[in-house]
Design a protein around this ligand. Structure first.
Ligand code: ZN
Length: 316
């Protein structure tokens, strides 16, 4: 038996880039290359910048403000950004949605895709306070955490271009649907899967969702194991080699998330997600407790360091 779970989960300072690098040790490991340092504190400031807009659910003022911030920030960091704007009928409203596709070395044939959702949930159906369940959540973990990691990675890649092409995709409308209404989840990822550039064929994709939990534990998500076991191994083995303990060698759950439309479109994609936020018996997921004080710079740095290592060790 398995449980299908619905999961999901954006401020104006320029992310700064630390200069520190890890020196090469001289051994044969692929991890010994000089790598830029991923700074969790910088990433956490980017999380806070997003939550400063308030909830970023579609058609809200926070959504509009954060979109402007993301577009300006990524426009200054990436070699190119494409905005995919589309509308979708929601619950009594037409949703104005935007995916942001930020590309580094857009002409490089060898490339990878990293993605996350930047929108936040318009309701808090799991909140203890029934009177607040119809109010939008802040989404510090569910929305801002993955976005913060990819924004900081964009700052690193601006300073030190990787050997391969890298695309960062920030999808909208991941977390809009009511529980059970699968048609109104994953809106941005579905739109991208149907409207991606012609002949777009990255080696693989890696999705980040809910990676900011202070008590971060990342098991191997099971749809990822089904679609792309080699990429799961790449990520978890990289974490092991780096001594990053947040990636644990256990099977997680089957999570319905933005990686599914991409896998169905032929891009093998895994999901890095800690669904137990902070633990299985006490969940901040889809509540008003999804706030920055329940997230940490250390967790963002753990995930960011693994991603940075993968980005800079992939060869054309
Ligand atoms: Zn969510």
């Amino acid at each position: 038996m398995f449980a299908f779970l619905l999961v999901s989960g954006c401020s104006r300072e320029q992310p700064s880039v630390p200069a520190a690098t890890v020196p090469a040790s001289g051994s044969a490991s692929s991890l010994d290359r000089s790598l830029p340092h991923f700074d969790g504190q910088e990433a956490f400031r980017l999380l806070l910048r997003q939550t400063s807009f308030g909830p970023r659910n579609p058609n809200s003022p926070g959504h509009a403000g954060c979109l402007e911030f993301l577009t300006a920030t990524l426009g200054a960091l990436a070699d190119r950004i494409d905005l995919q704007q589309f509308t979708q009928q929601g619950y009594g409203e037409a949703l104005n949605l935007t995916n942001i596709f930020a590309r580094f070395k857009p002409d490089a044939p060898s490339r990878i895709l990293l993605l996350t959702h930047w929108d936040t949930r318009p309701r808090a159906e799991h909140d203890q306070d029934k009177s607040r369940r119809d109010q939008p959540i802040l989404g510090a973990n569910d929305g801002a955490s993955g976005t913060a990691v990819l924004l900081q990675l964009a700052a690193l890649m601006k300073r030190l271009p990787p050997a391969i092409g890298v695309d960062l995709l920030f999808v909208d409308g991941e977390d809009y649907g009511k529980e059970g209404d699968h048609d109104l989840y994953l809106l941005g990822a579905r739109h991208f899967a149907s409207n991606k550039p012609p002949d777009y064929a990255p080696r693989f994709g890696i999705l980040l969702d809910m990676v900011g939990d202070t008590y971060l534990e990342l098991p191997r998500e099971q749809h990822s194991l089904k679609y792309a076991p080699d990429i799961v191994d790449l990520v978890w083995n990289t974490a092991r080699d780096l001594g990053i303990r947040q990636f644990i060698n256990e099977q997680g759950e089957f999570v319905i998330d933005d990686h599914l439309p991409l896998n169905e479109a032929g891009i093998k994609t895994i999901d890095i997600i800690d669904f137990n936020y902070p633990d299985p018996t006490n969940r901040y997921w889809h509540t008003h407790d999804d706030t920055p004080d329940h997230c940490s710079p250390e967790s963002l740095e753990a995930v960011g360091t693994v991603l940075t290592t993968i980005v800079y060790t992939q060869q054309p």
